[in-house]
Design a protein. Structure first.
Length: 118
């Protein structure tokens, strides 16, 4: 099975329950297609570089999973239909990609401290 990562941007005005439901539905689609969720990292509310569907901010969810093309196609089909999902992008990863246990925020903190040491 191939490894993929998906970043989805969700409307900022939806509830935490809706965000959890979108994330759970994504996981269900992947596992139903024979895949496995490796990591889900909620990055939170972020300012967008440019407005998407008139929204200046969005809630980012980063998902790493292994699976096949059918699961990716179904997940992206659902994202296209869902009005709460502003944008999404799925990338196929290298076979030797290793999933880090650190979240995005922790990795960002580490890079800041390593810059100070130099």
């Amino acid at each position: 099975m191939e490894k993929y990562e998906t970043i989805s941007i969700i409307r900022p005005n939806v509830s935490e329950d809706t965000i959890a439901a979108i994330s759970d539905r994504t996981a269900d689609i992947i596992t139903a297609a024979g895949g496995e969720i490796l990591k889900v990292d909620k990055w939170g509310l972020r300012q967008l570089a440019y407005p998407i569907k008139k929204e200046p901010t969005g809630y980012y969810v980063y998902t790493v999973f292994s699976g096949n093309g059918a699961g990716v196609d179904e997940m992206e089909r659902i994202f296209k239909i869902d009005d709460n999902v502003l944008k999404y992008m799925t990338i196929k990863l290298d076979k030797d990609f290793v999933v880090s246990d650190k979240s995005y925020a922790e990795q960002d903190d580490d890079s800041d401290s390593s810059d100070e040491e130099e």
